[in-house]
Structure formats: structure tokens, C-alpha cells
Design a protein around this ligand. Structure first.
Ligand SMILES: [Fe+2]
Ligand SMILES: [Fe+2]
Length: 471
């Protein structure tokens, strides 16, 4: 009987192993490097922009009611918030009233108002108000507008910077405003990992894909993301679709719509331009880089970055995260090698200071690298192949928010050694920092249920656990 039980159990394990292996080989083509997922969604019509009058671009009642409400971090550590909104017809009431959930005392902050023209478009009245001196780890309500059309939202401040405070970031890139874009936001909001702030990886509205860069599409995008961006900070990275440089339209100055609509706390980080800056948030020090501003040696960004990275205190904020729009390591044909100029300038420093993760978008797909570097090459020595490097970051491309340009489906073959997993599906990422040594990254594709994880990895901190070579 014992023998029977044992042989039936071993034969059932054999069957299980065979089934698992079969599933693995079915789902993935194992190549030179890691996994190239063969999962593909059946083509749908979702990859087009929603009509301008779609319900998803919610317009509140009242012709001058505040709309496109969004928040971002307002200082270096998370005790201030920039609240932004637009009143379409008139300047209106440019004040934010706010109060802690534990208090009846209402405070207020006055906003600034700006407008801009772009070709034949004139913006509404864009308000930005910085509310500061907030307590860490607290829920605040805030109210924009006055009278019967006032609107109330809320947010939760992060914990004070510290090495072992858990914190969860969402990763969304290249969002656009298609039906898929809306699904991405819904999946992010319903993800049981509960993102507390979004690191946005660049390419917001894709208004520049329209004739004359139709800036009405900046307004619809602002209304689309309000359902998340009004309730938790979205941390902005500049992508190529934010450049809006069009001298043929009489628009020779880059970044005009983005600069007016989306402010960043760059001055608090000692930066001299809103496109490159840093924040501390809980256990993370996040450096946001600007790939479409000068970044070469001696540029303001280069000088600032090199000072900034030396200031990072891994005892206070162990997780050093860098964001830029184009990926440094990308094995899709789309935008192939576009990250090389920044890699050539900055990769040495990433490795020297043990950056944990570099997030990027731009390529409309998902990809995860191993810890890799290509810093030995000096043009003549022939050492031009990227190699596994325990001091190097993991590179994650999450450019799959769902814009009208569609997915980047063509991969270079064979899969390079540095590429651990790649799949062209729309989705979002989550980075769950647990403590000073461990963080969990999960990538979710929109075609699955909210809780399903399509790729995941445990990351160990490069400063506090540098010997771990599991990723
Ligand atoms: Fe891009
Ligand atoms: Fe993009």
C-alpha cells in the first residue's frame, strides 16, 4: 500500500512537472537571454483615442467649475503638495482650502494663475497652489472652486523618509488617451498592491500626434487622469511627446503645454529647470532625468545630477531610483539604441553609486533586465558586450500605458543576455518597497484580472544587500 501510494504520488508529480514544463514552453520561447513571452491579445479596436466628448473625460457641471485636478509632490520630502486645476472660462477662485481628517481647522493656500497660447489654441486658466507644512502619514481633504461648484478631493501624505518604512509606487508610462489608457488607469486603481503614488515615465497626452498639436487633447488627458491624479501624486518625467517644438506653427520654444500644466518641485531639489529634479518619498530617493534637455558633460543637468547622487543618504533612503523616458537597455526594434547617449554619459555613475532601479518608458511594451552594465568598453579594448554586474541597476521599461501609437511588437532576436523578460502588452507596474533590503516589483497586463501578476521579481537593495545575486 505504501509502495502504491508512493509510486502514485511520484507518477502524479511527474505529470505535474510535465504539465508545468509544457505550460512554460507554451507560454514562452526560451532564447539566448531570458523569456520572450509569446502572450498576445487578439486584436481589438481599443487602440484608438476616445472621442473628445467621451464620458471618460468627465466634465463637471458648471461652465467654470475646476477640472483636470491633479497633485504632485510639492517639496523634497513629502510635506507639501502642488494642487493644480483648470477653470475653463474665467480665472475664478484661485484658492485651495484644506484640512486634516483629524482636525476641523481649515487652512488655505492661494494659487497662481497662468494661461498660454499654442498656435490657434488658447488655454483655460491654469491654477497651481502649493500647500505646505503638512504632517507625514496623514490624510488631508482639499477643496477647489467656490460655491455650489466647489469640488472636494483627498490625499495621504507619505511617511517621513526612513529606511524601513514600506511604500508602494505605481509605474505608468506612455499613457495617451485610448480605451486602453483608461483600462490601464482602472487596473492600476484596482490593483490589490495599492499604489500610493505614481512614478509617471513620460509621454502624457500625445496631443502632438494631432494636426497642429491640438491642445484640446491636453485638456481631455487632464480630465482622464483626474480620477487617480487628484487623489495621489503623480511624479512627472518628460517624454518626447512633451517637447511640442513646432517652429512651422510659430512654436519655437519647447515644452510649452507641459510646462504650464504640470509643475514639479525642482527648486526644492536644487535643480534649475523643472524637467530634472529629485524627491524623497518614504524609503526612496528618486532622481528624475530629462532626456530631451541637454544632459552631456558640463550641461546644467549633468552638473546637478552628479552633485545630487552624492547627496543620497542610503541610511535614510536606501532605495535609489532613477527615472528617464528612453530605456537604457531595450531589445525591441522600436527606439532601438536611443538610450545610448544617456547610457554613455551616466551609466558609470549609476554603477558607482549603486542605483537600485532605472525605470523608463518610451518603448510601448514591457521589459525587465538583469543587473547589467557596459562600462568597461573604451572604444579600443573590444569589451563592448554588456555583462552581469552586481553593482548595476535593474532596468525596467514600462512604456505600455496604452496610447494611440500602439504596441511595439517587434523584438530583436535572439533575445540578448541582459533581457530577463519581455512582452508587448498594455499594463502597469508596481514597486512595493518592504524594508531597507527587499522590494517586490510586479508587472500587470491589462488583459488579466486586477490581481494577476504577469511578471515579478524580488529586488535586493544594492547598498544594504549588495552580495545577493538573485536578480
Ligand atoms: Fe516616447
Ligand atoms: Fe511613447
Amino acid at each position: 500500500m505504501g509502495l502504491l501510494a508512493s509510486s502514485s504520488s511520484s507518477s502524479s508529480s511527474l505529470v505535474a512537472v510535465t504539465v508545468v514544463l509544457g505550460l512554460l514552453f507554451n507560454a514562452a520561447v526560451l532564447c539566448h537571454g531570458g523569456i520572450s513571452s509569446s502572450y498576445r491579445r487578439v486584436a481589438t479596436e481599443l487602440n484608438i483615442d476616445m472621442p473628445v466628448d467621451s464620458d471618460t473625460f468627465y466634465v463637471p457641471p458648471g461652465e467654470n467649475t475646476p477640472q483636470q485636478v491633479h497633485i504632485t509632490q510639492g517639496d523634497h520630502v513629502g510635506t507639501a503638495v502642488i494642487v493644480s486645476w483648470i477653470t475653463p472660462k474665467a480665472p475664478g477662485f484661485s484658492v485651495v482650502r484644506y484640512w486634516s481628517e483629524n482636525s476641523t481647522k481649515i487652512r488655505w493656500a492661494r494659487g497662481t494663475i497662468e494661461t498660454y497660447r499654442y498656435f490657434n489654441y488658447t488655454s483655460g486658466y491654469i491654477h497651481h497652489a502649493n500647500i505646505s507644512n503638512l504632517e507625514f502619514n496623514s490624510k488631508y481633504y482639499y477643496k477647489v472652486g467656490a460655491g455650489k461648484y466647489a469640488r472636494i478631493f483627498w490625499f495621504v501624505t507619505p511617511p517621513a523618509p526612513g529606511p524601513d518604512v514600506p511604500y508602494t509606487f505605481g509605474l505608468i508610462g506612455d499613457l495617451g488617451q485610448t480605451y486602453d489608457s483608461s483600462i490601464t488607469i482602472t487596473h492600476y486603481q484596482n490593483d490589490p498592491l495599492n499604489g500610493q503614488a505614481v512614478l509617471f515615465l513620460g509621454d502624457l497626452s500625445y496631443a502632438d500626434d494631432y494636426p497642429f498639436h491640438d491642445n484640446v487633447r491636453w485638456d481631455t488627458w487632464g480630465r482622464l487622469v483626474e480620477r487617480s491624479a487628484a487623489y495621489q501624486p503623480w511624479i512627472w518625467t518628460v517624454g518626447n511627446h512633451e517637447i511640442d517644438w513646432a517652429p512651422q506653427l510659430g512654436e519655437p520654444v519647447p515644452f510649452v503645454p507641459f510646462s504650464h500644466r504640470y509643475h514639479t518641485p525642482y527648486e526644492a531639489a536644487g535643480s534649475t529647470a523643472p524637467f530634472w529634479y529629485s524627491i524623497k518619498r518614504g524609503p526612496a530617493h528618486v532622481i528624475i532625468m530629462a532626456a530631451y534637455s541637454a544632459f552631456g558633460k558640463y550641461s546644467p543637468q549633468y552638473s546637478w545630477f552628479n552633485q545630487e547622487i552624492q547627496k543620497v543618504n542610503r541610511s535614510e533612503t536606501p532605495w535609489l531610483i532613477v527615472i528617464m523616458h528612453p530605456p537604457t537597455y531595450n531589445s525591441y526594434q522600436s527606439h532601438y539604441m536611443e538610450g545610448e547617449p544617456m547610457r554613455a554619459v551616466y551609466e558609470n555613475t549609476f554603477v558607482k553609486y549603486k542605483v537600485d532601479i532605472v525605470f523608463a518608458g518610451h518603448v510601448h511594451a514591457y521589459e525587465r533586465s538583469i543587473r547589467v552594465s557596459n562600462i568597461k568598453y573604451n572604444i579600443t579594448n573590444g569589451l563592448c558586450n554588456p555583462v552581469k554586474d552586481l553593482n548595476a541597476p535593474v532596468y525596467l521599461t514600462v512604456g505600455d500605458g496604452g496610447n494611440l501609437e500602439g504596441l511595439s511588437t517587434v523584438m530583436t532576436e535572439p533575445q540578448p543576455n541582459y533581457s530577463a523578460f519581455r512582452e508587448p502588452s498594455f499594463g502597469h507596474g508596481m514597486l512595493e518597497i518592504k524594508n531597507r533590503t527587499h522590494a517586490y516589483f510586479a508587472w500587470h497586463r491589462n488583459d488579466d484580472g486586477y490581481a494577476v501578476v504577469a511578471d515579478s521579481v524580488w529586488l535586493t537593495n544594492r547598498f544594504w544587500y549588495p552580495t545577493d545575486d538573485s536578480n
